[in-house]
Ligand binder design. Structure first.
Ligand SMILES: [Fe+2]
Length: 323
């Protein structure tokens, strides 16, 4: 059976203050600020910020809702950590970089024979830089992070689940992942050619209290997998319904792409999305990406009201164009 999902498109977290978030992703992780827009659901305006690698490739796009209004609760049934790939041998650089910026981080660990360092966003979510010899994507660079050390894009995610079996069934039967290993409490799944951007790991934590599902600061809200087009999206929705996952959402217009969501058995919200013509360049040119706030057309009538409630963001030099 052919499955539509090809790997990650983006991962979305609810963070805290907007400026702190911009500073973390552009200055600490070293990603490019690729788009400033707003959350397209609900009645309260919140930023929706997009960060990426140099070419804004699907599979490198970290998006955040700086969401100070409500605190989330981390726990099982959630993304436990988000993993970026880096080149072999650069973990000492990252250890020093994280230490210099006083970012909470651990020592070098290993999972499935790959070495990584875990570190934390100021709002609490965990990220990792993991050495991978096969990822040739182009990272963004900063004054401190050169091409050799830069994060290339996602390697994958670690999802905390109280029970592995039902989540495994969902990943394999509904999305087309295959199980490729167990290492202690970690269960690894890969899709397509596997490896960077095509890996998802379950961490079995049977006694961990479930985390919150709502938008709430300090939690990862969902992962999004990339499918080719609207036809592939409809095919994915049909697979869900055929298997009995009948709570898949309708296909939503997210302006820059189309999205559909389903709550997976382990509790994690899984989106599938596809590009639309124009993509991120629908409302600004390639050289303007990330430089200012854009509202989707249906929010333009509320522009002044929305702007009045959002904390202004200072775009750090070098985060939207190379310096
Ligand atoms: Fe999303």
């Amino acid at each position: 059976m052919d499955y539509p999902a090809t790997g990650y498109h983006h991962i979305t977290a609810c963070t805290g203050a907007a400026q702190e978030d911009v500073n973390f992703f552009t200055g600490i992780v070293g990603q490019r600020l690729a788009k400033q827009t707003v959350l397209m659901d609900g009645k309260f305006p919140h930023y929706h910020l997009y960060y990426s690698n140099a070419n804004i490739e699907p599979g490198s796009i970290m998006t955040t809702f700086p969401y100070s209004r409500i605190m989330g609760r981390r726990g099982s049934g959630q993304v436990q950590s988000i993993t970026y790939t880096v080149a072999m041998g650069v973990l000492p650089f990252w250890q020093e970089h994280l230490k210099r910026h006083k970012v909470e981080h651990g020592s070098v660990e290993e999972r499935f024979g790959q070495r990584f360092i875990r570190f934390h966003h100021p709002a609490g979510m965990a990220f990792e830089v993991l050495e991978d010899r096969n990822d040739t994507r182009l990272g963004w660079t900063t004054r401190e992070i050169g091409a050799a050390e830069s994060v290339r894009g996602f390697h994958g995610t670690v999802l905390s689940v109280r029970d592995v079996s039902e989540q495994e069934k969902f990943l394999v039967e509904a999305l087309g992942f295959r199980k490729t290993g167990v290492d202690g409490g970690y269960h690894r799944f890969e899709i397509g050619s596997g490896g960077a951007n095509k890996t998802l790991t379950l961490l079995h934590e049977p006694d961990r209290m479930p985390g919150s599902w709502t938008f709430g600061a300090g939690t990862v809200h969902h992962i999004a997998l990339w499918v080719a087009d609207d036809g592939a999206m409809a095919a994915q929705k049909a697979i869900y319904e055929e298997l009995g996952y009948t709570d898949a959402s309708e296909i939503k217009d997210r302006y820059y792409f189309h999205s559909m969501y389903v709550r997976s058995p382990g509790g994690i919200l899984v989106e599938c999305c596809c590009n639309v013509p124009g993509g991120f360049e629908k409302d600004e040119t390639a050289s303007e990406l990330g430089t200012k706030l854009h509202l989707p057309p249906w929010f333009e009538g509320r522009r002044n009201e929305i702007l009045a409630t959002l904390e202004p963001i200072a775009v750090p030099p070098g985060s939207t164009a190379r310096i």
